[in-house]
Design a protein around this ligand. Structure first.
Ligand code: ATP
Ligand code: MG
Length: 357
């Protein structure tokens, strides 16, 4: 299994992209710096219009930035001559939401297309196409036409085509946005496998945090042309700082729904004077039961679990519990301190007479 490296493969520095259309100025990308390391699956998430596509188009100079520098594989992309740029672009594959396949050509011909005019013989090209179709699991569709394929299969063809020239980087711009959840998962799994087997670096543009959660090791959140937060997947999910990041994360976990249900019954919760509703969040190997046992053994604090969930992100467990803790005020304070010492994030949600947080 190829692992993530510390070697920068894409470096965007101080990128601005400004559009002037019909007397209007749009600052689509504002002062963005971004480093992607070889082997990363780097998620870029943001709502529509945030500037995600514009930013990634800068990587292969489909979009020239108004300001800033772009380095890919150590090459200063903005200084390349047309021929050099064409060569550099073959090492950066791209896939899109709408697949962009050629309807009048077979699946094999679609995949073969980027190889035309290259150095391979006809027989070598055929081998290559066979290999690529095998890689994406579509060997039996070689002679079919795009219209005969499902959306997920079409995206697999687009992936095979994007890999034809052995790129080191694959940019996926909303490649799963038109697919149902199950098909989305299978495409994401394929990207993950290509990342591990080929060492492919992936930049995954999406508005779905769920997709990021499934395969990315790093994530940047974009809003109005700027990156407002970035970090490792686990850090972003366990300690989001920006409200927008939290919004995105909430769409990818069940906690919000659980809280809504719990709050609906909040009146029935009938918390006593010595009780409080809290959320406990922890990262890593510790599991909930020892923590709750310790709180009881040490402080006599009883915790009853209303909701519990552990997600595995990048092999790291991320736990979330919503509990009612019961104990005398000084014991509760000690229990809070203990949680924090243990690296467990504890958030007060409700006490007897307080409004919900
Ligand atoms: N060629 C262009 N000319 C003028 N404005 C543009 C151009 N391309 C993008 N924009 C504007 O730049 C901003 C960012 O657009 P961009 O397509 O990068 O966003 P996005 O995050 O990819 O959105 P989506 O999720 O809808 O794809 C938008 O306001 C858009 O209208
Ligand atoms: Mg876009």
């Amino acid at each position: 299994m190829k692992s993530v490296t510390n070697e920068a493969i894409i470096q965007l520095k101080d990128i601005d992209v400004t559009f002037h259309t019909k007397g209007q100025t749009v600052n689509a990308v504002k002062n963005v710096s971004l480093t992607v390391n070889r082997g990363d699956i780097y998620g870029v998430v943001g709502y529509s219009g945030a500037g995600k596509s514009t930013l990634v188009r800068v990587i292969n100079r489909l979009q020239r930035p108004t300001a800033g520098t772009v380095s890919v594989n150590g090459q200063a992309i903005l200084n390349l001559r047309p021929k050099e740029l064409r060569a550099a672009r073959t090492k950066i594959g791209m896939i899109f939401q709408h697949f962009n396949l050629m309807a009048s050509r077979t699946i094999a011909d679609n995949v073969d297309y980027p190889l035309k005019g290259g150095s391979l013989s006809r027989a070598e090209r055929k081998d290559k196409v066979d290999h690529l179709l095998d890689l994406v699991g579509l060997t039996d569709k070689a002679s079919d036409y795009p219209a005969q394929l499902s959306g997920g299969q079409k995206q697999r063809v687009a992936i095979a085509r994007a890999l034809a020239n052995d790129p080191e980087i694959l940019i996926s711009d909303e490649a799963t946005s038109a697919l149902d959840p199950k098909t989305t998962s299978s495409i994401l799994e394929l990207l993950k496998r290509l990342n591990q087997e080929l060492g492919l670096t992936v930049v995954l543009i999406t508005h779905e945090m769920e997709a990021v959660k499934e395969i990315c090791n790093k994530v940047a959140v974009m809003d109005e042309g700027a990156i407002i937060e970035r970090g490792s997947l686990v850090d972003i999910f366990s300690q989001p700082k920006q409200p927008l990041t939290r919004d995105f994360i909430n769409t990818a976990t069940q906690i919000d729904q659980a809280l809504v249900k719990i709050y609906k019954q909040a009146d029935k919760l009938d918390l006593g004077d010595t009780q409080q509703l809290v959320q406990l969040q922890y990262v890593g190997d510790q599991t909930d039961s020892p923590l709750i046992t310790e709180l009881y053994k040490r402080y006599g604090v009883v915790s009853s679990i209303l909701y519990g969930n552990v997600e595995i992100l990048q092999d790291t467990p991320l736990g979330n519990l919503i509990v009612v803790m019961s104990g005398e005020p000084d014991k509760l304070t000690a229990a809070w301190d203990y949680c924090q010492e243990q690296g467990v994030r504890i958030t007060h949600l409700k006490s007897k007479n307080s409004e919900v947080a």
